[in-house]
Design a protein around this ligand. Structure first.
Ligand code: F6R
Length: 366
């Protein structure tokens, strides 16, 4: 059942090229320069007339929502807010029929997300679901939706659900960007072609596994980890830290790299491994100066870089290369080595990777 892998988590990490492909199959039509998503086509007006999109989710799905925020604002120029479902539902959120709410959930059973949907519906918003489990409560409770076709995710730590959620949300943003005139036909096509090439690039990224395992062996006994990223890769830093916490029980925090100097930099010493996402696109120079700040305080730098990078390599203690892609799609690649890093560290520490202590696969309690 684990297909020759030692754990479900590892199997699911390796399934990502196919899971992403299965998720865009039939939807991404690069030759016709079209994205087919009936859940959106039937409700296109709701989306194009919306004042803003509010994304509600928990945990890893919330991180996918944060990545989507950057993607929507660039590709579809729609204002987006991302909310923890548990906070949203207990405030008095100002929402009305001009708002579109997108609920993201792998299991489709998360109690807080479900309650947030019910609240948004009461206030007249149109609610769109992005779920993995077909026929789940959230899939049924939303007005329309699009499934991620990740296949069953058994490992408690979410991996392929995250990358397929980003895939669906990118398709959605593209569809809106085209409908509202933000994207020209050629820009639209460029995105489709690049998204289509992502599974192959994820495959290449998975080849870093042995190297990542070696890095894991060096840092497995660390008491703390910091994860830093900027822009599209700030949520990836949060997700990297969450993965490490939940399966290896090492304390880890994710931060936007520029926030370092506002507090967390005080933590840096020679004992502190810092994972920095430093791909070529987007704030590259800024990230390099962030890396220099860490280095001068003797922090150990593990950098995720674009293939062929030379600048970061000179500064970092360890680098992990990912193929080049357009900036909004980098999270689909940079996430992979961070999943592998947490996996290997957890295995080396003798942790129960697929069923970490205190965690359940779907959180149906509030
Ligand atoms: C992290 C993880 C959790 C879930 C969260 C939401 O690896 O699995 O943080 O992402 O409980 O679950 P879903 O997406 O099922 O609503």
């Amino acid at each position: 059942e684990k297909g020759g892998y030692e754990h479900f988590m590892l199997k699911e990490i390796y399934e990502q090229p196919n899971a992403i492909k299965d998720t865009y199959r039939g939807r991404l039509q690069s030759r016709d320069n079209f994205v087919k998503m009936s859940g959106i086509e039937d409700n296109l007006r709701k989306f194009t007339n919306a004042n803003r999109i509010i994304i509600v989710a928990c945990g890893t799905s919330w991180h996918a929502g944060l990545v989507a925020e950057y993607i929507f604002e660039t590709i579809a120029t729609v204002p987006v807010e991302v909310e923890y479902a548990s906070e949203f539902r207990y405030r008095n959120p100002i929402i009305n029929s001009q708002d579109v709410v997108i609920a993201i959930s792998q299991s489709g059973e998360t109690a807080d997300t479900l309650a947030a949907i019910k609240l948004a519906k009461e206030k007249g918003a149109f609610v769109f679901g992005v779920c993995n489990v077909v026929g789940s409560s959230i899939a049924r409770e939303t007005h329309a939706g699009a499934y991620t076709h990740a296949g069953p995710e058994i490992g408690v730590a979410s991996t392929k659900a995250f990358t397929t959620q980003i895939t669906v949300l990118t398709l959605l943003a593209l569809k809106l960007g085209k409908a509202n005139g933000t994207l020209s036909n050629s820009e639209f096509n460029k995105y489709l072609l690049e998204l289509e090439s992502i599974p192959e690039k994820v495959e290449k990224t998975l080849l870093t596994d042995e190297h990542v395992k070696y890095i894991a062996s060096i840092f497995k006994d660390a008491a703390n980890f910091l994860y830093l990223g900027r822009g599209y890769n700030f949520p990836v830093a949060l997700e990297g830290a969450l993965k490490l916490k939940e399966i290896s029980y090492i304390h880890a925090e994710g931060y936007p790299a520029a926030e370092m100097k506002h507090g967390p930099i005080a933590l840096i010493d020679e004992q502190m491994p810092v994972v920095v996402i430093a791909t070529k696109k987007g704030h590259y120079e800024k990230i390099i100066s962030n890396i220099q700040e860490i280095k001068s305080r003797k922090g150990k730098i593990i950098a995720v870089v674009t293939q062929g990078d030379t600048q970061v390599k000179k500064l970092a203690d360890h680098t992990i290369e990912v193929p080049e892609t357009i900036e909004p799609l980098t999270p689909l690649l940079t996430t992979i080595p961070l999943q592998l890093l947490s996996y290997h560290i957890a295995v080396m520490r003798g942790c129960n990777v697929d069923q970490p202590r205190n965690l359940a696969k779907s959180v149906t309690v509030e």
